[in-house]
Ligand binder design. Structure first.
Ligand code: HEC
Ligand code: HEC
Length: 382
């Protein structure tokens, strides 16, 4: 506000001095306060989240059909997923309006974090690597140690977590109800403007489940006998599916994952190294270092790698699998020379050639899907 207006306002209103004219008096009432937050920029018609479903090959895959369920099977509507998109990218879900889900789960990195040890509201780094988020319909159990069943039961946890978003869940509904753009979005999604925790969770699940990743160069290759692949990518594909490496025995099927957790030989004693994974929950030695077998889709976008982000690039991961698997007492038997028998055997030495290593890295990059990283339906509307 220019100084002279301030002076004349004070003079006129406090002292009712003669000589105050209509011209230098301010309009009635206080000046409108600048908005404390910005509103999302949404398209007039919602994006077609409900229509962007997986192709038939996925929907008819009996292996994939076994997964999902347990609270994750909400129906996706375009309005519900739109609300979920706003909630996901909105820093107002955190106690001090500084952190959103998208702060750590970045769209450009397939909703992962490009550094190990994401920091949320408290500033203390999280001890686990932020995973990518896509194809969650098939992830019945969430987190690196599979500790939560059902996406519906997961999505509010980071909001309340003191290191992530630090929001008192008891205050969240009131805060959102008082945020101008939410009541209409809840009305569009659920038929009336009421804000409830169940509805917040439901909308977040709808948005997350709509992030479907099946449009990589690998998928294009499936339809044309991989005529689109370079020689190096072809070699890498062969190594990946080859009997001795057994990569696809754990990272399997169209989603290159397993819903089971395995011990892949990063440490002799994971608990002593700082994170025992499922072993920290069960206290059983055969679970020490058992971690979720994450999907390798989009792995070219989600560095760093493993539950603690210890490997900064895919070449380091490939070198690890080739030469450096540690003989943990319960190491998965697929890492032994014959691939069968009891766990804990001496790990194989693949000793991959330079061309095979480069090929494997090149092949893993063909699993990147730039639709989910660039489509405005998934990006921040703020
Ligand atoms: C401060 C960073 C941070 C924020 C903010 C954050 N996350 Fe996460 N997220 C993580 C980390 C780290 C993990 C892995 C934790 C673990 O496995 O123990 C994770 C795991 C997840 C998973 C499990 C994925 C899987 O495949 O198992 C989902 C789903 C998820 N987050 C959704 C969300 C949602 C929804 C929000 C916002 C409400 C959110 N996250 C906010 C860091 C964050
Ligand atoms: C016995 C099952 C198993 C086999 C075989 C296996 N993996 Fe894994 N893979 C895992 C598990 C479990 C993790 C997560 C481990 C952790 O974070 O502690 C993982 C993690 C990864 C990651 C990191 C993913 C991320 O987002 O952080 C990559 C890349 C990977 N594996 C590639 C491969 C390749 C290439 C092969 C073959 C050379 C292979 N894997 C063989 C179970 C397996």
């Amino acid at each position: 506000m220019p100084r002279y207006r301030l002076v004349s306002t004070l003079a006129c209103s406090l002292f009712l001095m003669a000589g105050c004219t209509r011209e230098n008096a301010l309009p009635e009432g206080p000046e409108p306060a600048p908005p404390a937050y910005s509103s999302p920029d949404l398209p007039d018609a919602p994006f077609g989240y409900a229509e962007m479903d997986f192709p038939e090959s996925w929907l008819n895959d009996p292996a994939l059909a076994l997964f999902g369920g347990f609270g994750s099977d909400v129906d996706i509507t375009n309005e519900g997923a739109t609300l979920g998109r706003v909630l996901f990218h909105d820093t107002r879900l955190s106690a001090d309006n500084s952190v959103s889900c998208g702060t750590c789960h970045k769209p450009a990195h397939a909703f992962a974090e490009p550094e190990a040890g994401s920091t949320g509201i408290s500033g203390s780094p999280l001890h686990r690597n932020t995973p990518g988020l896509f194809n969650l319909r098939y992830q019945r159990r969430l987190f690196w140690d599979l500790r939560t069943v059902g996406l519906q039961n997961q999505v509010l946890q980071p909001v309340g977590h003191p290191d992530e978003m630090g929001m008192d869940l008891g205050l969240l509904t009131e805060k959102l109800a008082a945020t101008s753009y939410y009541p209409p979005l809840f009305e569009d999604a659920f038929g009336d403007p009421e804000v409830t925790l169940d509805r917040i969770a439901d909308a977040l699940v709808q948005f997350l489940r709509s992030i479907r990743s099946y449009q990589s160069r690998y998928d294009a290759g499936l339809a044309q006998d991989f005529a689109n692949f370079t020689a190096s990518e072809m070699l890498g594909k062969e190594v990946f599916f080859r009997g001795d490496t057994r990569c696809n025995q754990c990272h399997s099927g169209l989603n290159f994952f397993s819903t089971q957790a395995f011990i892949n030989g990063l440490e002799l004693d994971y608990a002593a190294a700082g994170d025992g994974g499922i072993g920290d929950l069960t206290g059983l030695p055969q679970d020490d270092g058992r971690f979720k077998t994450v999907s390798l889709r989009n792995v070219g976008l989600t560095a760093p790698y493993m539950h603690d982000g210890r490997f900064s690039d895919l070449r380091a991961v490939v070198d690890f699998y080739s030469d450096n698997i540690v003989q943990h007492p319960y190491l998965d038997e697929r890492f032994s020379d014959n691939g069968i028998g009891p766990p804990g055997q001496v790990p194989y030495q693949l000793a991959l050639s330079e061309a095979e290593r480069e090929g494997l890295v090149a092949f893993l990059h063909t699993l990147s899907d730039t639709v989910i990283t660039s489509h405005p339906a998934f990006s921040s509307p703020f």
